[in-house]
Write a protein that binds this ligand. Structure first.
Ligand code: NDP
Length: 397
């Protein structure tokens, strides 16, 4: 049915490669390309050599991407490199008439700020070219956005409050490590908090608002309001929302390490000169921290991510909680990657499947909640991320 090119051979790329290879009725030809080709070769070899082709590409360089697209001629690119590469890959897609999907919105390298404005600006170009761009198709953003669309479609006449709750109750046995790319992760969690209330954004100090929340099969975990990218598109696409927040659990050890990293300047994203060489402290830190892709082997416990929603149905107030729990061990056993990479790579694969099946294929740039959630929800159950619903429960909000 479809020829797909995956860009990025990290933790998420590993999972996407495994999952597309498990669905060869949909993905008939597969290529994995990344900055370091040997990483692509190692993943391809584990899956079975003849299933996945591999290539080297510098995704910061549009000409390099165009050369690869022209030689392989994919129909869809799954971008699971870093958010810095979103725009160059979108430019190359337009130049070569290739469709596009990613899991994280664009972020400039020199400013720790993510926003959809840069990618939404491509709307007319993709529309005119008759190409589809699917934005934010991981777990959060991604599944949480589809959960919200599913709730709006089937269970509510009006959404009033949305609290996305993201708990990682896993233990990788390291003193400090991040679950996905350290540079992107540390930039995300150290910025100021922000949430939507009564038609405007409310800013908080980093980790200012927190309380324990109870997660299914896990129990109570201290959870912190942070800003997360799907809030921006969800409040636009569901304008009845009076409040929208994102909560993430952090352990005390993690927060202490983070504070020290910031206080000693290791989270800096501006270049400094060290022994006559220009280095960016956070990039150097990434080089000495554990590789998130290698955390899987000893990772125990599970993640629990979901949406807690209040709204109206048939004139009555209703509460609703939809979530998925994912075991790190089960994810590792299946793909060789831990649960955070798994919960991102599986939805990216399902989004690509939606595209090739013609279910999510429309000219323009879309956030996932703009598409029909039903076939995606059905695939979550089949592809390893089953979901559960609770009605009229205490949302703890
Ligand atoms: P990793 O750092 O493990 O992997 C990133 C990969 O991209 C690496 O293989 C890296 O190459 C490659 N890469 C980086 N720069 C370039 C470049 N210029 N050209 C080609 N390849 C490049 O990250 P993850 O796998 O953890 O994350 C991948 C993406 O998924 C990120 O954008 C992240 O923000 C997103 N994500 C989304 C989530 C969601 O739920 N929506 C959750 C978690 C992650 P090399 O190996 O040479 O360094």
């Amino acid at each position: 049915m479809g020829k797909v090119l995956i860009i990025g051979a990290g933790g998420v790329g590993t999972v996407v490669a495994h999952k597309v290879a498990q669905n060869r009725d949909v993905f008939t030809e597969i290529m994995l390309a990344s900055r370091t080709k040997s990483k692509c070769d190692a993943i391809a070899e584990k899956i079975g050599k003849d299933i996945i082709k591999t290539a080297q590409v510098d995704a910061d360089n549009v000409e390099d991407l165009i050369a690869l697209f022209n030689s392989y001629k994919p129909e869809l690119v799954i971008n699971v490199a870093l958010p810095y590469q979103d725009l160059t890959i979108m430019d190359a897609c337009l130049a070569c008439r290739v469709n596009y999907l990613d899991t994280a919105n664009y972020e400039p390298k020199d400013e720790a700020k993510f926003e959809y404005k840069w990618q939404w600006a491509y709307q007319d170009k993709f529309k005119e070219a008759g190409l589809t761009a699917i934005l934010g198709c991981g777990f959060d953003p991604g599944v949480t956005s589809v959960f919200t669309a599913y709730a709006a479609k089937h269970h509510f006449d009006e959404l009033q409050t949305l609290d996305i709750v993201d708990c990682n109750a896993g233990d990788h046995g390291k003193a400090f490590a991040t679950n996905f790319n350290p540079e992107i992760n540390i930039r995300e969690v150290t910025q100021k908090g922000k949430y939507w209330e009564n038609g405007k954004w409310v800013e908080t100090e980093p980790h200012e608002i927190h309380k324990p929340l109870n997660y299914p099969n896990i129990g109570a975990k201290e959870s912190y309001v942070i800003y997360h990218e799907e809030l921006e598109s969800l409040v636009k696409n569901f304008p009845s929302l009076q409040r929208a927040r994102f909560w993430m659990t952090f352990g005390q050890e993690y927060l202490t390490h983070l504070r020290v990293i910031q206080n000693i300047g290791m989270a800096r994203i501006d270049p400094i000169i060290y022994n006559g060489v220009e280095i960016v402290p956070i990039q150097f830190l990434k080089a000495v921290l554990p590789d998130p892709g290698e955390l899987g082997e000893n990772y125990v416990g599970e993640t629990s991510i979901g949406c807690r929603i209040k709204g109206l149905k048939d004139g009555k107030e209703r509460t609703y909680y939809i979530y998925n729990n994912c075991s790190h061990e089960a994810a590792y056993k299946e793909t060789g990657a831990q649960g955070v990479s798994y919960t991102t790579g599986v939805p990216a694969t399902i989004g690509a499947m939606m595209f090739f099946k013609g279910l999510w294929r429309q000219p323009g740039v879309f956030n996932v909640e703009e598409f029909n959630p039903d076939p995606f929800m059905e695939q979550l159950n089949k592809q390893g991320l089953p979901w559960h619903e609770l009605f009229d429960v205490d949302l703890e909000m």
